[in-house]
Ligand binder design. Structure first.
Ligand SMILES: [Zn+2]
Length: 206
């Protein structure tokens, strides 16, 4: 709604202008934004004591909500409900070359060989294992940082300074193998511990 208002207020003074200047203007208003949020939403606000956000889809006017710091819902709604808009937006982004900057995985692929000049640790290298273990146990589990951390540019920059041969972990590996493996290991340990017990005293809070 608000963007309609600004567009019309922009154009109203130049209604009598020639076509050349108005075509200039339309190219300005049709600028391609780098994020789905900026491209497709209005009325973005933080609700629920800074924990959630809410925004209005400019296409269907429905409300989209999500957790603060997590923006995937912006993309998901457009992708699911307005695939045509989503695709043309992605094409436009690609055309201007912004997409390369946006795609974190691509940035990392480019970064790896450049920074470490070809030599990075193998998955089983002790140093790689040590650093990976520390990221998972100290940052993800102990500090409770989000899994997306490992794909953030700042974090990978930091790791580059810590050890330029460190091979970045993908969020997929983290959620599909590293964490489930840790969970199974922990569960087995607990089972072994419990099986050795002679007595078990339990307290249930009802
Ligand atoms: Zn919509």
């Amino acid at each position: 709604m608000s963007s309609d208002a600004t567009e019309s207020s922009l154009q109203s003074p130049v209604v009598e202008c020639d076509t050349a200047s108005s075509s200039d203007e339309s190219s300005v208003t049709k600028s391609v934004e780098k994020t789905a949020r900026d491209q497709f939403y209005t009325g973005i606000k933080i609700t629920d004591q800074q924990k959630s956000w809410e925004a209005t889809c400019q296409i269907c006017k429905s409300k989209v909500r999500g957790t603060v710091g997590v923006t995937s819902n912006y993309n998901r709604h457009i992708k699911d409900c307005h695939p045509n808009y989503y695709e043309s937006w992605q094409e436009q982004l690609q055309a201007i070359g912004l997409r390369n900057q946006k795609k974190i995985t691509e940035t990392m692929d480019v970064r790896k060989p450049k920074s470490s000049s070809g030599s990075i640790y193998s998955a089983t290298h002790p140093r790689q294992v040590e650093l990976q273990k520390s990221i998972v146990e100290d940052l993800i589990i102990e500090l409770g940082l989000p899994l997306s951390l490992v794909e953030r540019e700042g974090f990978n920059n930091f790791m580059l300074h810590v050890d330029s041969k460190f091979s970045t972990i993908s969020r997929r590996t983290l959620s599909r193998s590293i964490l489930p493996n840790l969970y199974t290991k922990m569960l087995d340990g607990l089972k072994r511990f419990c099986s050795k017990a002679t007595f078990i005293s339990m307290t249930l809070d009802l």
